[in-house]
Write a protein that binds this ligand. Structure first.
Ligand code: ZN
Length: 95
């Protein structure tokens, strides 16, 4: 499978580093494709969503479809990304 470069997010310069996006073969519930990555961070919507690909988030398809919003709409601190970065740093140090 060819893995495309993930889209860039304004408030998420390194979404894989923060764990917001992770490599996965899960199928995106929005576009129905397994594209190699899924979004792992919070998604605020009425429906329970298991897996969404970063492309559907980047182009607004997922937010429109599920009438929800992603923490990428907000600055990093509000989204709690700072602590996610720290957690990643700790993990790197101990491995
Ligand atoms: Zn998708």
């Amino acid at each position: 499978m060819t893995i495309e470069a993930i889209p860039s997010f304004k408030y998420h310069p390194d979404p894989i580093g923060t764990g917001a996006i992770a490599a996965s073969d899960q199928v995106c519930e929005c576009c129905g494709k397994a594209r190699g990555y899924v979004y792992k961070a919070s998604f605020y919507a009425a429906d329970e969503i298991d897996s969404i690909c970063p492309w559907c988030i980047a182009d607004g398809k997922a937010a429109k479809k599920y009438d929800g919003m992603f923490c990428d709409d907000y600055p990093l601190a509000e989204a709690g990304i700072d602590s996610a970065i720290q957690a990643c740093d700790d993990r790197d140090r101990h491995s």
